[in-house]
Structures are given as structure tokens and as C-alpha cells.
Design a protein around this ligand. Structure first.
Ligand code: SAM
Length: 184
């Protein structure tokens, strides 16, 4: 059966070049940051964002436990302010894994207002031929709103500049789904 997380990673790897810059827009426990850090390699760079101090602490721990290359910067700030840290056209791959930190306070979740702003900003900061994945969890109320509003926003992107694919399990509407954003 299709594994959406594997599909996301496969998509990222098919756009990533070793030594490039990657961004984890929702650091959480650091699993995606670790994946990106290893994939870009020691000459690459990873920026990772989260608003919770404990996300930075668990990510730092995970990265050092796994001897990840020292190619990362962990940023305690909201992803919608990414442009304060990353230059336009300077990152190659990015990941959003929306929702709340697994095993933690569910009220600290991504919110559609900042998520939409962050995805829009990320699309502008992205290099040409780069890609962004956005995993949405519609099983909780805010996740369902984020999913609908993202779909509306992404549907309006100019087809000549972006190709946006949605991957969802059509007979399980509350299951997570993914948007794959490619910049031409
Ligand atoms: C589903 S978790 C991410 C899982 C993570 N990628 C991993 O590999 O463990 C979502 C994370 O987004 C964070 N978050 C919520 N709002 C945010 C915002 N405005 N900017 C950045 N991160 C945010 C939450 O604190 C939470 O840690």
C-alpha cells in the first residue's frame, strides 16, 4: 500500500542535490530535519523552524544521537517568517509536516493563517527546479481547515511557474494527504 511519508521522501530525493540547502518548516521531534541533514550531506545546509523550545531540544538530541553532519541551524520562530532567515531563490527542497507535536500538547498546532503565509513565502524563496512537500492531517478540525484553504490557494498558482500535485486516499477522507509543489 502507498506510504505517504515514503512518497514524500522519494519526491524530495528526486529534486535534492547533495550540497544544496533544505528547509524543515515544522521541526517537531526532528525526524525530517535528520533526513534532510543526512541527504544534503556535510557540504549542504538545513534550516529548521519550530515555535516550541522543546522541539528544538528534542531535534538537537536526535541529531547528535545519530551523528548528523553539523550542517543545520535550528530556529525558534514561526515558519511564516522564513524570509527573515533565507534568501530568495536559495533553497532547493522543503518540508511542511503540519499539525501538532506527536505525544505533546495538541493545542499547539499549525494554524491556517500562518500556514498559508508560510507556504506562500516558501514558494517564493524556493529555487527553480526545487520542491516543497506539505503533509496535511485533516483528522482534526484545524487540519481540515488548513487542507481546504491550502488547496484553494495552491489551485490558483500559475501553471507556467509551478506544478502542484495532491496525493490523497480518496476512500479515506480523514487520512493524511500531501501536496507536492514543484517550481519550474
Ligand atoms: C507534526 S509536527 C512535525 C513533525 C516533525 N517534522 C518530525 O519529523 O518530527 C508539527 C510541528 O509544527 C510546529 N509548529 C506549529 N506552528 C508552527 C509555526 N507557526 N512555525 C513553525 N512550526 C510550527 C509544532 O510545534 C510541531 O512541533
Amino acid at each position: 500500500m502507498l506510504d505517504l511519508l515514503d512518497t514524500e521522501k522519494h519526491f524530495i530525493l528526486s529534486h535534492l542535490v547533495r550540497g544544496c540547502t533544505a528547509v524543515d518548516f515544522t521541526m517537531g521531534n526532528g525526524n525530517d530535519t535528520l533526513f534532510l541533514s543526512r541527504s544534503v550531506g556535510p557540504d549542504g545546509k538545513v534550516y529548521a523552524f519550530d515555535i516550541q523550545e522543546k522541539a528544538l531540544a528534542s531535534t538537537e538530541r536526535l541529531l547528535s544521537e545519530h551523528n548528523a553532519p553539523r550542517n543545520y541551524t535550528l530556529i525558534k520562530d514561526s515558519h511564516h517568517r522564513a524570509k527573515d532567515y533565507i534568501k530568495e531563490g536559495s533553497f532547493r527542497v522543503g518540508m511542511f509536516n503540519l499539525g501538532y507535536l506527536p505525544g505533546s500538547d495538541k493545542s499547539v498546532t499549525t494554524l491556517h493563517e500562518t500556514t498559508l503565509e508560510a507556504v506562500k513565502a516558501a514558494s517564493l524563496l524556493l529555487e527553480h527546479s526545487g520542491c516543497i512537500t506539505v503533509a496535511v492531517y485533516p483528522g482534526h478540525e484545524e487540519g481540515a481547515v488548513e487542507g481546504r484553504m491550502l488547496e484553494e490557494m495552491l489551485s490558483s498558482y500559475d501553471r507556467k511557474s509551478f506544478c502542484i500535485t495532491g496525493l490523497r486516499i480518496v476512500n479515506s477522507p480523514s487520512s493524511p494527504f500531501v501536496f507536492l509543489i514543484e517550481k519550474k
